[in-house]
Structure formats: C-alpha cells, structure tokens
Design a protein around this ligand. Structure first.
Ligand SMILES: [Zn+2]
Length: 257
C-alpha cells in the first residue's frame, strides 16, 4: 500500500516530530516505501511536520575523495541514499560548501551548514555539532544507529584515541590538492549499542513512518549517554580483535602500537 502524505505526517507527529524543531534525518527510502510522492513526498511530509519555523537537516557529503566538492553539482554519497540526494536539490535548501557537507532548510539552516571545513569531519564546529548545540532532534528513518553520525561527534568530545587515515581533495587557489587527515572511523556497527542506552533511559521514541521502523531522540541526550559510556571504555565502539573486523582492527592499530 502507498502510504498517503497525510498519514506520513500523522506518523511523524505521533513519533514526536513537532513544529519549530531542528531535525537531523538519516533515512532509507527503500525501508519507507511505497509512499505517496516518492522520495520527494517523504521530504515534503517532513517539512510540513516541522512547519515554517522548523529546520530540516540531512547529511549531504560526497562519496568521492579524488575530486573536489562543488555544492551546486556534486551528488551526495551513494550510501546516503536517494532521500539525501533529493533533498539538497530542492528549492530553498542550503548546503555546506565543503566536502563533509550537510544540507538544511528552515530558519536555522545557515547556522547549521555554514562554516569552515571541519577535520575530522564531525568535529565540534561541524554541522552535526551545530544541530547538537541547537538542541536538535535526530530521526533515524528505517536505518539503525550504525548510520547515526552524531555518535562520531560524541567520540571526538569524549576524546577517543583512534584515527585512521582518510583523504579529501579540495581546491586551493583553483588547483585540486589532496589532503590526508586522521578520522575517528571504523565499521560503526557497534554504534547499535546506543539503542539500548536510549531505550533504557526512556529517551528514544519509536514507531512506524511509512513502512519503516523509526527512532527519534534528542542529540544532546545521545551525546551525553555516549560520552558517559566512552569515559568508562574508550574503545567501546570498536569490534574486539577476535571478531576479525578489518575496519575496527585498523582503528585499534592506530592506538599507541
Ligand atoms: Zn567493526
């Protein structure tokens, strides 16, 4: 059944999406569909649920490290999905001019997306940190916490010791230049731990949006709980050696040999 627009909006409201909020959305259209109006219909329902005083934010970074980023033409990374790649092209949407871009529409859009290149990508001062500072909500639409970028901010605020080497290409005086940087990166599957933390604290609302399972919580609640957990065990988000995860092993290898 195609979920009608009015039902999508009602589902979002029931979940706790309310007018005036700053709302960071990570979404899988595949999990939501079929819905009236396709990907654009989902985005319009989100904007309507937030009302004219609300601000919708989505990740919008590039998946390419070998070409420079152009906020007017560069597609969003394929793994961000069709919702993210549709959103930045919609009228009235602002997009960061650096490769770790977010896109936003609403009165706080500029406060969220404008700023210098953050390194690592989700460091304090980055768009995801602005959502946190504005007491924004995070909505996971048909995706789990493994796609929850705000946890990378929490890792940096907690001072996790791991960094893997990644690269981007930026224009310097019109010339493409490759920059290597250290990022708190790994497979992110253990970010799913946040589900239990938020649930047992009663700080995550869950329900259906379209055909997808959705989770809604405050960015500040998530970051506070994650920092408490990371203070006890800084490598908590990395798979153990015997789980043989190449990405987490690389992050572990970066910690003091
Ligand atoms: Zn792993």
């Amino acid at each position: 059944m195609h979920v009608p627009r009015a039902m999508l909006i009602a589902q979002l409201r029931t979940l706790g999406v309310a007018p005036g909020q700053v709302l960071l959305v990570h979404g899988s259209f595949r999990a939501l569909r079929p819905v009236e109006g396709g990907p654009r219909g989902v985005l319009e329902a989100l904007l309507e649920a937030l009302g004219p005083r609300g601000t919708l934010v989505m990740p919008s970074w590039t998946g390419r490290d070998d070409v420079s980023f152009d906020s007017w033409t560069t597609p969003a990374a394929a793994d961000l999905g069709v919702l993210a790649d549709t959103f930045w092209r919609m009228p009235g949407v602002r997009r960061s001019t650096h490769p770790f871009a977010f896109a936003a529409r609403g009165p706080r859009a500029e406060d969220v997306v404008v700023g210098p290149l953050p390194l690592p990508p989700h460091a304090p001062g980055s768009p995801v940190d602005r959502v946190h500072a504005l007491d924004g909500r995070v909505l996971l639409l048909g995706v789990g916490h493994d796609g929850n970028t705000t946890l990378h901010l929490a890792e940096l605020m907690a001072g996790v010791p791991y960094r893997v080497t990644n690269a981007i290409t930026v224009l310097q005086e019109g010339v493409p230049v490759r920059i290597e940087y250290g990022e708190n990166d790994h497979c992110c599957r253990r970010f799913e731990l946040a589900d239990g933390w938020l649930r047992s604290a009663g700080l995550q609302k869950e329900g259906k949006v379209g055909h997808a399972h959705a989770r809604l919580f405050r960015s500040q609640d998530l970051v506070r709980l994650a920092i408490e957990e990371l203070a006890r065990e800084p490598l908590l988000f990395l798979h153990s050696r015997d789980e043989a995860c190449a990405e987490c092993d690389e992050a572990r290898d970066s910690v003091q040999g």
